[in-house]
Design a protein around this ligand. Structure first.
Ligand SMILES: Cc1ncc(COP(=O)(O)O)c(C=O)c1O
Length: 428
């Protein structure tokens, strides 16, 4: 049997170093919440394969649906239709926020973002786009132009798309204006108003794109009041509001989409990651009036809406519904949030625990409150060595994403929280 070192050496020979993989684990099998190496070691995967595996690895109903589809038809390539793809689209628009009822399938989150920006520019005839500090929307050049979670992602790729402006994200734990949420008067939104006064007039802005729950940028839910006011601003100026729910969608927050936490309905929604339990699929979903203004051929794809991915998508939605996973995620999430907040009281290295459902961020801080990525990394390492995969995020890499599959059992939660607590104890 080949050792993990051999596999890592082979990988280093064929993959460009640009490909970042979190951990050098040669995984051969996944089942439920666990992944296994050839030598029998196993880990609880609380990264959910980067917020993808709502149903865990290889959910039997997804596997069955995919196998059946494989027997019949693998590819359509935009040459003809297949019922599986249409069914997945129908199911998806039945769970997206009210009024978002037409979509375009593609393959990745970044591609969905590209589609969202393109349709917004197309139908408004405007060029400007506003995104938020810390946002991550993907690696392709359009998506990268609205991404500011790290300058490293943008380094040496300039010039990016012109007429893209940034406004501050409402990161209340580290308010860029040193204000408190209850009394701030939403000054981050006023900063957006300033942009519209000084840099680009509102009638030149096609879209504002925001993650209602910031992912890669640090696991930060935007306050509902901010999103409500942002919706109002966009409506007032005829600007299309895009919610990027590539990471926060598909049940992770205990709702189908994080937008439901605030009740704000965007004009355009991007969905990927959890949509098909690990098969490549994404979608731009929008109101019919918008989508109908995007004529045939204005956008395209070869693999988007692949029937195998679509079979996985339908099975994923069915399982989330049949197993009442949204309600379970809400109640489990509340319990886990309480437990983690209890640990934060005991261990001052945890400065903030925040989230909805099973999308939880744990922010590590130094005694003076500044970001502490060293402790964060030490906890991640200890967890990995003891059978728990967690990953971090944030510009300072000091936030742990606590994002287990939605099907995680009480026993698995106890095991994971035990390992995590042990890691904190060892830090002292
Ligand atoms: C909010 C958000 N948008 C877009 C993307 C890009 O998705 P992909 O890596 O599938 O292109 C990501 C990926 O992490 C994301 O979190």
């Amino acid at each position: 049997m080949e050792s993990s070192l051999d596999i890592m050496q082979r990988a280093a020979r064929v993959f460009t170093p640009a490909l970042h993989v979190y951990y050098p684990l040669p995984v051969v099998r996944g089942e439920g919440v666990r992944v296994y190496a050839a030598d029998g070691r196993s880990w609880l995967d609380f990264s959910s394969g980067l917020a993808v595996l709502a149903l865990g690895h290889n959910h039997p109903r997804v596997v069955t649906a995919v196998k059946m589809q494989l027997e019949n038809l693998i590819h359509t390539g935009g040459v003809y239709f297949n019922e599986t793809t249409v069914t997945a689209a129908e199911k998806l628009v039945s769970i997206t926020p009210v009024g978002l009822d037409m979509l375009f399938f593609s393959n990745s989150g970044a591609e969905a973002v590209e589609g969202a920006l393109k349709v917004a520019r197309y139908v408004t005839g405007r060029q400007g786009i506003v995104s938020f500090t810390g946002a991550f929307h993907g690696r392709t050049l359009g998506a990268l132009s609205v991404t500011t979670s790290s300058a490293a992602y943008r380094k040496k790729y300039h010039p990016l798309l012109p007429s893209v402006y940034q406004a501050p994200y409402p990161y209340c734990f580290r308010c860029p204006f040193q204000r408190k949420p209850d009394t701030c008067g939403l000054c981050c939104l006023q900063a957006l108003d300033e942009t519209l006064k000084h840099r680009i007039t509102a009638d030149e802005v096609a879209a504002v794109i925001i993650e209602p729950f910031l992912g890669e940028g640090g696991y930060i839910p935007a306050p509902a009041a901010f999103l409500v006011a942002l919706r109002e601003l966009c409506t007032r100026h005829g600007i299309l509001l895009i919610f990027d729910e590539v990471q926060s969608g598909m049940g992770r927050t205990g709702h189908w989409f994080a937008s439901e936490v605030s009740g704000v309905v965007p004009d355009i929604l991007t969905v990927a990651k959890g949509i098909a339990s690990g098969f490549p699929l994404s979608a731009v979903v929008a109101r019919k009036e918008i989508m109908e203004l995007w004529p045939s051929g204005a956008h395209g794809t070869t693999f988007g809406g692949n029937p195998v991915s679509c079979a996985a998508c339908s099975a994923t939605i069915d399982v989330i519904q049949d197993e009442a996973l949204l309600a379970k995620t809400s109640s489990r999430g509340a319990t886990v949030l309480d437990r983690l907040r209890g640990l934060a009281e005991k261990y001052p290295v945890i400065g903030d625990v925040r989230g909805h459902g099973l999308m939880i961020g744990i922010e590590f801080v130094m005694p003076d409150g500044s970001p502490d990525h060293v402790s964060c990394e030490a906890v991640l390492r200890h967890c990995l060595e003891n059978g728990l995969i967690l990953i971090n995020c944030g510009i300072e890499r000091n936030v742990i994403r606590f994002i287990p599959p939605l099907v995680t059992t009480d026993q698995e939660f106890e095991a994971a929280l035990g390992i995590f607590h042990d890691a904190l104890r060892r830090l002292l």
